[in-house]
Design a protein. Structure first.
Length: 217
């Protein structure tokens, strides 16, 4: 009996130490509350379910939304990585971004080129193309640097596939876009800048010189 109690005490101490050191949070079925069950449908505001249908749980650390960029990588200083785009004022450009753990998104940050003009809007859509958040119209600023485009309201983003959206009100700006990639990069046509972003059916392929170089923050 003494050996059993000693073993239980040792296990409790180990678990306590592990919890203190790693401070992990368990989310079940896409729940925003640790330990609670919630099954978000694919394409809902909560993104894809956070665990497989077999009910197994994922364990996620608290991560910054700044880690989630289109194409899965932050901007590169190598100019050859990107293509200078000539935008059309009736088109919205978007690229896929995968969120691996829950985070709060305040906005999108776009990596500008050296040629800026006019105004820009940024947004976020879920896997079904429903618009979740948008920024106000903001003057383009900051050459060869990230520009922050704050959402009108921050939102919690759950694991799943999303799309970062960009909209320009002029044709003289030259946004950085991906030359090559293995993710969705496409455009939505027939749009009006003053109206803003509208729901769309996401593409399934990559098209060169369309996907914005951007990330959440």
């Amino acid at each position: 009996m003494k050996k059993f109690l000693a073993g239980v005490a040792a296990l409790a101490l180990t678990l306590s130490f592990s919890t203190a050191v790693f401070a992990q949070t368990i989310y079940f079925q896409g729940s925003a509350t640790p330990g609670n069950l919630a099954n978000f449908a694919s394409g809902s505001a909560g993104g894809l379910p956070y665990v497989a249908n077999n009910g197994s749980a994922n364990i996620a650390s608290t991560l910054s939304c700044r880690l989630y960029a289109t194409g899965g990588a932050p901007a590169s200083p190598a100019a050859s990585t990107y293509t200078a785009q000539t935008p059309v004022i009736t088109e919205v450009y978007y690229a896929e971004v995968y969120v691996a753990a829950p985070c709060t998104a305040t906005g999108v940050q776009v990596y500008n080129s050296a040629t800026l003009s006019g105004n820009v809007k940024g947004g976020l859509a879920n896997s079904s193309g429903a618009v979740l958040a948008t920024s106000a119209s903001i003057a383009s600023a900051g050459t060869t640097a990230y520009q922050l485009l704050a959402f009108t309201a921050a939102l919690t983003v759950y694991p799943g596939t999303y799309y970062i959206l960009m909209f320009y009100d002029n044709t003289t700006i030259r946004p950085n876009t991906y030359t090559a990639g293995a993710f969705v990069a496409a455009k939505q046509t027939g749009q009006t800048y003053a109206t803003g972003f509208t729901a769309f059916t996401p593409a399934t392929t990559f098209t060169t010189a369309l996907g914005p170089v951007a990330s959440l923050y």
